[in-house]
Ligand binder design. Structure first.
Ligand code: NAD
Length: 339
């Protein structure tokens, strides 16, 4: 993977140097509305052509078109994204049609900064694809910028990263090197997330979680998605929040995929537990995360439709993806049953 990485407390001071390294002089800065002020202060030494501060989750096409138009009318030659997966998603959507280089400064653990995966929502569905153009050219991981990320958002986002690592371990496109990275990512996340929830300003734990997210992004970018990611994608279409959905579904998807014995053993080993699905479930309880789809906006009446969509097109997964057991998985996740 070609991205250049600058890592460490205070690393964001290297932002101007990274832009210069790309030869860019007209930067478009991207953020969510809530982080706009913080982003402006981080980028005060840069030559900014403009700021798009309207990034929202799931990159809706209307907002994407506005961002693309802004990049074009400003004559931007580089995008800097400072924020989580939603913000990075806008940089990627611009790069997809313009090939503008991206410098990503991630402030959550989504791992998107390390992937060639883009996603854009239109008409209630999210289209995703892979394209090397959208891979950020440089990534700056600065744990200091994450100290204010609320405990709940941190925990859910960390479980999103954990899911990337977990599915990489049984992916049909996996390999022994990616599995090493996945196991190390799970170890780093399982160790750091409880510390972050206890003390959100623990700089060392924040650094470990970003390291886990880096590994997680690399693993998901180099392997295919299994049942877990496909189901979360389907549930996103019902308006559910991204990271929390990953968190609720993960232990149930792993139980569904119990046939992937070696992968589950490696997840358990990285976490220091006996059984991966129940170990993940207990970790999530400890982190104070929502445990039921019912609590994050899913309607019971929609479970059957979600199961039908999830089994529509066949895809590689350790265990065959079939309607009845998938519906059962969704019911268990809806009710928050221990897997
Ligand atoms: P997010 O980017 O929506 O951020 C969650 C919330 O945290 C937002 O309100 C944001 O403003 C706030 N926030 C971010 N950083 C903060 C900070 N340092 N301090 C305080 N608040 C902060 O959430 P996310 O889970 O990172 O990203 C979800 C999106 O990313 C989804 O659209 C998902 O599809 C996408 N995603 C893409 C990939 C990929 O490879 N393409 C991978 C994972 C996720």
């Amino acid at each position: 993977m070609p991205a250049r990485v600058v890592f460490g407390a205070g690393a964001v001071s290297q932002l101007a140097a990274e832009v210069e390294r790309l030869g860019a002089t007209r930067v478009l800065l991207i953020s969510t509305p809530g982080r706009a002020q913080m982003v402006r202060s981080v980028a005060r030494d840069l030559n900014i052509a403009g700021i798009f501060d309207q990034a929202v989750m799931h990159t809706p096409i209307k907002a994407v078109e506005a961002a693309r138009e802004m990049a074009k009318s400003l004559g931007a030659d580089c995008c800097i994204t400072i924020g989580g997966g939603s913000t990075i998603g806008f940089g990627k959507a611009i790069a997809l049609t313009s090939a503008l280089p991206i410098v990503a400064v991630p402030t959550t653990y989504s791992g998107s900064e390390m992937t060639t995966i883009w996603g854009i929502s239109e008409g209630g569905a999210k289209k995703t694809g892979r394209d090397p153009k959208v891979m950020p050219r440089a990534v700056i991981y600065d744990p200091q910028l994450t100290l204010d990320l609320p405990a709940g958002v941190s925990a859910a986002s960390g479980m999103n990263a954990m899911a990337h690592c977990a599915e990489a371990l049984y992916s049909h496109e996996g390999n022994p090197i990616v599995s090493l990275m996945a196991e190390e990512g799970i170890r780093a996340l399982a160790a750091s997330l409880p510390l972050i929830v206890q003390a959100p300003r623990d700089l060392e734990a924040r650094g470990s979680a970003l390291y886990g997210a880096w590994l997680a992004g690399l693993t998901i970018s180099t392997t295919g998605n299994g049942l877990h990611h496909k189901l979360c994608h389907v549930l996103g279409g019902f308006g559910l929040p991204h990271a929390e959905t990953h968190s609720v579904i993960l232990p149930h998807a792993l139980r569904y995929n119990s046939v992937a014995g070696e992968a589950l053993r490696r997840i358990a080993r990285a976490m220091g537990v006996q059984d991966a699905p129940s170990g993940i479930w207990q970790l999530e309880q400890r982190l104070g995360l929502p445990m039921k789809l019912a609590d994050i906006g899913m309607k019971k009446d929609d479970l059957e439709r979600a199961a039908r969509i999830a089994v529509q097109a066949p895809y590689p997964n350790p265990r065959k993806v079939e309607y009845q057991p998938v519906l059962e998985l969704l019911h268990n996740a809806y009710e928050g049953k221990k897997p």
